[in-house]
Write a protein that binds this ligand. Structure first.
Ligand code: HEC
Ligand code: HEC
Length: 383
């Protein structure tokens, strides 16, 4: 992928540099992002430019259980503000009780991903992604379908709060009460959930006291060739899967980290086969998007299937060069997975070093995320 990227850059005369952040008004938006100057703004899709009004409408919809088949599920049911919008469960449950095969993702800075969800190279915008929880049948999440969609829109349309919010968000529409507009507003809310003020950020901005000695040691280890973490979790969002206004093209790296090996050929258990689930290509088995490690201390349990409970266990797994599953239905030595990424090779850490890396990962928490009133449930405010 890097090679393709380079070729593309060479084809564009005068575009040797990867950034044009300061050129052509790349920081212009009708929306006031809470993003420091040193970080580029997210890309907004042409058909859905950001506005404060859409963000506010989306926020109301995000926390509203009326947006489901039986009034039981809101986006916020699986995306909790106090957990950086993850949900604390290994696997979430939808409106009809169906268990989702994958761990709920935190949503902070989701605007910066080139592809959405754990492993889907064809899901490119938050708008497209949101159709899945709303209308998906495998598994059922919100459970909206042809038999209940008119009733749900009717309930929104007859609420005076939404009459005002939809009119403000889509002032040119005669009839804004459509799922197209619902999705655009929800996407605008999610896109506006950005946060870059952890203690690590304060350190980067020059406050040398923002990190303790142990956290600084952990940072050095994290960025070292011994641990190799930074290859996949580097950059300002602590993932190599990043897309913003400084990018000319959408690079979408995915990696197999050796969590499973059920057949000795690198197999991952169905249906969580990673990019393979989408492409069917054998080489894509077990390849997932590297999650952002910002706020990772708030988003346990970990991995695409929520199968690792603590950050300490995650680090131990990497130290072992993968996971050897010795009991249960998925027995197999992930350390020997032939499709495993070359950067997951294993390493040794002293107890103090392990603690230092853990401390560093905790310093990536932005406490403001969990309390920022702009991201909170607006319906509670009005009660
Ligand atoms: C039943 C639980 C559940 C509900 C309800 C739910 N989500 Fe999710 N969400 C998930 C899971 C699980 C994933 C990961 C899906 C995957 O990898 O296939 C996810 C992924 C996402 C992502 C992608 C994040 C990323 O980093 O790529 C976004 C955005 C998102 N959800 C927004 C929403 C919105 C908006 C709603 C409401 C319309 C919603 N979700 C409702 C469980 C849920
Ligand atoms: C080869 C790329 C790669 C390297 C190197 C790598 N990671 Fe990861 N990391 C990933 C991918 C991909 C996932 C998701 C894997 C999955 O769910 O199957 C992940 C998941 C994680 C998670 C779980 C996050 C969550 O939200 O569930 C943590 C924590 C983590 N990595 C930390 C580290 C640390 C610490 C290191 C260095 C020891 C490291 N990673 C090295 C690619 C990598």
């Amino acid at each position: 992928m890097a090679a393709t990227g380079l070729a593309l850059l060479l084809l564009l005369p005068g575009c040797g540099s990867e950034t044009f952040v300061d050129d052509h008004g790349a920081r212009l938006s009708a929306f006031e992002y809470d993003v420091p100057e040193r970080i580029p703004l997210p890309v907004e899709p042409e058909g859905n430019p950001m506005t404060e009004e859409k963000f506010q409408l989306g926020r109301h919809l995000f926390f509203d259980t009326r947006l489901s088949a039986n009034g039981t599920i809101a986006c916020a049911s699986c995306h909790h503000q106090d957990k950086a919008f993850a949900d604390g469960r290994a696997l979430p449950v939808g409106a009809t009780g169906e268990v989702h095969p994958r761990n709920s993702q935190g949503l902070v800075n989701a605007a910066y991903f080139p592809s959405l969800t754990w492993a889907n190279p064809v899901l490119l915008t938050i708008e497209q992604q949101i159709m899945i929880p709303l209308f998906g049948e495998e598994p059922v999440e919100h459970g909206i379908n042809d038999s209940n969609r008119d009733q749900i829109l009717y309930e929104l349309e007859t609420d005076p709060v939404y009459q005002r919010l939809f009119a403000d968000a889509f002032p040119d529409d005669d009839q804004p009460f459509t799922f197209h507009r619902v999705v655009q507003a929800l996407a605008s809310f999610v896109r506006g959930i950005t946060a870059f003020s952890s203690r690590f950020d304060r350190y980067q901005e020059g406050d040398r006291d923002a990190l303790t000695a142990s956290e600084r040691q952990g940072m050095e280890l994290f960025f070292s060739e011994r641990m190799e973490c930074f290859h996949c979790h580097g950059g300002y969002n602590f993932t190599n899967s990043v897309y913003d206004r400084s990018h000319f093209f959408r690079e979408m790296p995915f990696h197999n980290t050796g969590l499973f090996n059920i057949d000795g050929l690198g197999g991952y258990p169905e249906p969580n086969t990673g990019v393979h689930e989408i492409t069917g290509r054998p080489g894509d088995m077990g390849r997932f998007r590297a999650p952002s490690l910002r706020n990772v201390a708030l988003t346990a349990p970990y991995m695409h299937d929520g199968s690792i409970e603590t950050l300490e266990e995650v680090i131990q797994t990497y130290a072992a060069g993968g996971r050897n599953v010795t009991t249960g239905p998925h027995v197999g030595d992930g350390r020997m997975n032939p499709l495993k990424d070359g950067f997951v090779v294993g390493f040794q850490l002293s107890d103090a070093e392990l603690q230092a890396v853990l401390d560093f990962l905790h310093a990536l928490t932005d406490e403001s995320v969990t309390t920022n009133p702009r991201f909170s449930n607006p319906w509670e405010e009005q009660e």
